[in-house]
Design a protein around this ligand. Sequence first.
Ligand SMILES: Nc1ncnc2c1ncn2[C@@H]1O[C@H](COP(=O)(O)OP(=O)(O)O)[C@@H](O)[C@H]1O
Ligand SMILES: [Mg+2]
Length: 284
Amino acid sequence: MADVASGSIGANGAGSAAPGERVPELSLKGISKSFGAVQALKDVDFEVYAGEVVGLVGDNGAGKSTLIKTISGVNIPDSGEIYVAGHRVNISTPADAVHHGIETVYQDLALCDNLDVVANLFLGREDTSVRLGPLSPMTEIEMERRTVEVLRQLDVKIPSVRSVVASLSGGQRQSIAVPKTILRNARVVQLDEPTAALGVAQTKQVLNLIRRLREQGLGVVVISHNLADVFEVVDRVIVMRLGRRIATFDVHATTPEQVVAAITGAEFADVAENGDASEVAQQA
Ligand SMILES: Nc1ncnc2c1ncn2[C@@H]1O[C@H](COP(=O)(O)OP(=O)(O)O)[C@@H](O)[C@H]1O
Ligand SMILES: [Mg+2]
């Protein structure tokens, strides 16, 4: 992309914010992306605010994963713009996204089973290894201290920070992948189906974790098929269908049935009768 990291929402027409209006932590304008003949994203706008959890829902193939991969630098959009805290940014690689404070937890979690929790949390921290060289006992102690601190901050309970990841349950593993993002100073955390493989108790633990992220002031994006989870934890629901963003709901002012109708396309009948009452105005 020819985009350069410059400009701000206020400085050009795209999404210009009125004085006093909150600027999203992350926003996308007119993002399109095709894979050969398949147009996975069609002119999609998206926004998440600091201290907000957005649920991204839609049927299989709706474009949810493509959208978050665009935000995380895995997919490069054919057109459109990305803004972080009001500033136009260029995200062409996963490293660009991380540089801008955008962290993504995929379903496979990318953890190393044979390493313990501390090692997993600090894996890939080039800054640590470059600056400090081979890990000294002090560094190891410092990493352990930071690990205990961040797990406490997020209310994550695991047997020991020295447990090998292979010995942890699915929920505990998910609970390790998320604090890792905090240690990298994330401002936005995206989670693709974080509870898909989890039982009831483990799901509760992960939903709690998402609440903690919101309390820390992060913007959180959660893809989920489970509307019960969505309704329990998110503030706004964005519905995608066939590559388009087709509805936005405030969860406190809507029902799961309305969201299902939007996902399946059944809401068009309602729109014809009731106007677009089911679609809420963007709330800052
Ligand atoms: N890397 C890819 N190559 C080709 N087609 C892709 C690729 N990624 C996604 N698609 C297609 O884009 C569409 C949207 O997919 P996806 O974003 O994974 O949807 P969702 O996550 O909502 O199920 C689908 O038709 C899918 O087959
Ligand atoms: Mg997907």
